[in-house]
Design a protein around this ligand. Structure first.
Ligand code: NDP
Length: 325
C-alpha cells in the first residue's frame, strides 16, 4: 500500500509518498481503509522537529474510514464498520491502524469526509468551550485565527453558549468567514501588535477586558492575549501556529489581574473512553442538527501532503484540510 513516509526532519518536502508493507492489526487494534485523513498543525510540529517523533514514521492521527480487519480481543467493531479517530497511527496512508479503545463509530447521516474533519478539531473545540473554560451568556471570548479550522468551530460554539465573540483574522476574506460563523467583532490582527492589539480588543468590548482568550496562534499573539483579559480572566493557550510561547514568570499573572493561564491538549480531555464518547457524540450530533457547520477548506490527494502543509503554514487556508488517499 502507499503511505507518506518521513525519513528526515525538515520542510514540507520531507513528506514523501512511498510503497510500504501492508499492516496487520495487533491485539485491540483495527486495520482501517482510510476514506479521508485530517491534516492538523501538530503534524507540521512533528515534521519540523518541534515535537519529537522516531524516524522514519508515517504522519497523521486523525481519519475516518471502513474497518478491514480486527485484531485479537476487539469487541464492538467488525469489518465494514464506519469508524473515526483523532488518535490513530499513520493516517497519511491508504490504510492505517486504529486502537479500538480510541475509535468511535460514525453515525448514519455523517459522511466519511465530515467525520474525518470533525474528530480532532471538533473534540478540541468541545473540550475548550465545555471543560477548559465553559464560556457563558453575557461573557466575551477572544478567538484568534477565527477563520482557521479551530477558529471557526470555537466561534460557533462560543456563540451557541450565548457569548460575545471577538475574532482575529489576517485578511478580509477570512473576516467574512469568521463573521458568517457568528463572530460579533472582527479585528485585523495583522494591523496591530501586542498592547495596540489588546487596546483594540478592549475598544471592541466596551472598554472591558474579555473573560477568555482561545489562542492557538502562540508566540505572536501571547502578549496581546494576556493584555486583553479582564481581572481573573483565562488565557487558554492551545497551540503554536506562529511558534511556541517563550517562558514566562508566574508573577505576570498577578500583575495582569489574578489571571489564569492554561496550556491544554486533547489527549488529557478524552483519556477516559466515556469522555471520548461524550465529546465525539456531541460533535456528531451538533453536525447533524446544524449547531456546528464544518468548513472543509481544501482536499488534497495523498501525494500532495507536502502542499497541504505548505498551505497551512503559509496562512493560505481556511477551515479544515483533508487528504484523500
Ligand atoms: P488553522 O486552520 O487555524 O491555521 C492556523 C492559522 O493561524 C492560520 O490560518 C493563520 O490565520 C494563523 N496564524 C497566525 N500566525 C501564523 C503563522 N506565523 N503561521 C501560520 N499560521 C498563523 O490551524 P488549525 O485549526 O489546524 O490549528 C490551530 C491551532 O490549534 C494550532 O496551533 C494547533 O496546533 C492547535 N490545536 C491544538 C489542539 C490542542 O488540543 N491543544 C488540538 C488541535 C489544534 P490568519 O491568517 O487569520 O492569521
Amino acid at each position: 500500500m502507499r503511505a507518506i513516509v518521513v525519513s528526515e526532519l525538515g520542510g514540507p518536502d520531507v513528506l514523501q509518498l512511498s510503497d510500504v508493507d501492508n499492516l496487520q492489526p495487533g491485539p485491540g487494534e483495527l486495520l482501517v481503509k482510510v476514506g479521508a485523513a485530517g491534516v492538523n498543525f501538530i503534524e507540521t510540529y512533528q515534521r519540523s522537529g518541534l515535537y519529537k517523533m522516531p524516524l522514519p514514521y508515517t504522519p497523521g492521527a486523525e481519519a475516518a474510514g471502513h474497518v478491514l480487519a480486527v485484531g485479537e480481543g476487539v469487541i464492538g467493531f467488525q469489518p465494514g464498520d464506519r469508524v473515526a479517530t483523532s488518535d490513530g497511527r499513520g493516517s497519511y496512508a491508504e490504510q492505517m491502524i486504529m486502537s479500538a479503545e480510541r475509535t468511535v463509530h460514525v453515525p448514519d447521516g455523517v459522511d466519511i469526509k465530515t467525520a474525518a474533519a470533525a474528530m480532532l478539531q471538533g473534540m478540541t473545540a468541545h473540550y475548550l468551550t465545555q471543560s477548559t473554560y465553559p464560556v457563558k451568556a453575557g461573557e466575551t471570548a477572544l478567538v484568534h485565527a477565527a477563520a482557521g479550522g479551530m477558529g471557526l468551530l470555537l466561534t460557533q460554539l462560543a456563540k451557541t453558549a450565548g457569548a460575545k465573540v471577538i475574532g482575529t483574522v489576517s485578511s478580509e476574506a477570512k473576516a467574512k468567514l469568521a463573521t458568517e460563523a457568528g463572530a460579533d467583532e472582527i479585528v485585523r490582527y495583522d494591523q496591530f501588535e501586542d498592547e495596540a492589539l489588546a487596546a483594540e480588543v478592549l475598544r471592541r468590548n466596551g472598554g472591558q477586558g474579555v473573560h477568555v482568550v482561545y489562542d492557538g496562534v502562540g508566540a505572536s499573539t501571547f502578549e496581546a492575549s494576556l493584555a486583553s483579559l479582564r481581572p481573573r480572566g483565562m488565557l487558554v493557550s492551545f497551540g503554536n501556529a506562529s511558534g511556541p510561547v517563550p517562558p514566562m514568570a508566574p508573577l505576570r499573572l498577578s500583575q495582569g489581574g489574578s489571571l489564569f493561564l492554561t496550556r491544554p491538549t486533547l489527549v488529557n480531555y478524552i483519556a477516559a473512553r466515556q469522555e471520548l464518547e461524550w465529546r465525539a457524540g456531541d460533535v456528531f450530533r451538533w453536525i447533524q442538527d446544524g449547531t456546528l457547520k464544518l468548513r472543509i477548506g481544501a482536499e488534497y490527494p495523498l501525494g500532495e501532503a507536502g502542499q497541504a502543509h505548505r498551505d497551512l503554514e503559509s496562512r493560505k487556508t481556511t477551515g479544515k484540510l483533508l487528504l484523500i488517499p
